[in-house]
Write a protein that binds this ligand. Structure first.
Ligand SMILES: [Zn+2]
Length: 317
């Protein structure tokens, strides 16, 4: 047989020779949940290796992560006191500046910017009687972005999906003298059933209704592409698909349309799925995790946000 595709799979060396996906730890981003008022770490169901932590515990965690070669972090600050329609900036700023003081430029700190962990209703917007007040929402987001940059964030990550947020955030950052602070936008974010463990971690479950009036319907490819194009036009530096595994088909098209780097968020439900399968003896966690990361790369992802970033060295990456 002259055309035998199996020939190049016959040894490890040949497989490595032909590998088309490769990445480094520098392209993996580790989420952190820092929660106000916690006495002890609280493990999160399904999120192997990830806990809700107070500031001192998170600082110790980051130190271990840096030793393991993690340099990129995405911080989810969870304030203890919720407000009706407002950010509670104080605790977030405290967490950001504690990290900055201790670690200087040893790490790159992105900060998730969304109202749902701060508000009593748990929605990602300012609501007037259950209706989104867009202008007030954009104002809150821009204020928060500036507060986070002032506290020492390296980058701002808006995850709310409101039209116009990137433009408003960009303007406010520039006015505040943070022209070089990048925006990594959750640009194509679907309403999804894969966010369960995260909502527990970030204490951000909506208290009524759902998020379908601002997150993308999974059936809508045109909308999914348009949302990332919109964010690029508004000045987002990095784009993202979320959930990662259910959005693989969109990564390359978004990159081709916008010319921006696109990352994949391996969300809590995807990651927990692997951990729970492994707990039942139905998969090898390390190998399955590595497999999914290679698939994100093959689909064109520039970077991957994953709860397993801190295991990368252990996985030989
Ligand atoms: Zn939100």
């Amino acid at each position: 047989m002259s055309n035998r595709l199996m020939r190049l799979r016959a040894s490890r060396h040949l497989r490595d020779l032909c590998a088309e996906t490769e990445f480094t730890r520098a392209q993996l981003i580790q989420p952190l949940f820092i929660v106000e008022g916690l006495e002890h770490d609280e493990p999160i169901t399904g999120l192997r290796g990830t806990a809700r932590q107070n500031i001192p515990s998170a600082l110790r965690q980051i130190e271990r992560d840096l030793e393991n070669g993690v340099t990129q972090f995405l911080l989810f600050p969870v304030p203890g006191e919720k407000k009706l329609n407002q950010f509670n900036h104080h605790f977030s700023q405290q967490a950001i500046s504690a990290i900055r003081r201790q670690f200087g430029d040893d790490l790159c700190l992105w900060v998730d910017t969304c109202l749902c962990s701060s508000t009593t209703h748990g929605h990602c917007a300012v609501l007037d009687d259950a209706r989104i007040n867009l202008d007030a929402t954009l104002n809150e987001l821009a204020q928060a972005a500036l507060a986070f940059a002032e506290a020492g964030a390296d980058g701002i990550s808006p995850s709310d999906m409101m039209d116009g947020r990137v433009a408003r955030i960009r303007t406010r950052l520039d006015e505040g003298g943070f022209e070089l602070t990048p925006v990594m936008s959750y640009s194509t974010k679907f309403a999804s059933q894969f966010y369960g463990p995260f909502r527990q971690a970030a204490d951000s479950a909506p208290q009524f209704g759902d998020r379908r009036h601002y997150q993308i319907d999974v059936r809508h490819r045109t909308d999914a592409l348009a949302c990332s194009e919109r964010c690029a036009e508004e000045g987002a530096d990095l784009l993202m698909v979320k959930p990662g595994l259910t959005s693989l088909d969109l990564i390359r098209p978004i990159h081709e349309r916008t010319g921006r780097a696109v990352g994949a968020y391996q969300v809590s439900g995807e990651y927990a799925g692997l951990a729970l399968l492994a707990e039942q003896g139905l998969t090898n966690f390390d190998a399955a995790l590595r497999e999914t990361w290679h698939v994100f790369k093959r689909a064109g992802a520039q970077y991957i946000i994953t709860y397993g970033a801190r295991y990368a060295r252990q996985l030989g990456i």
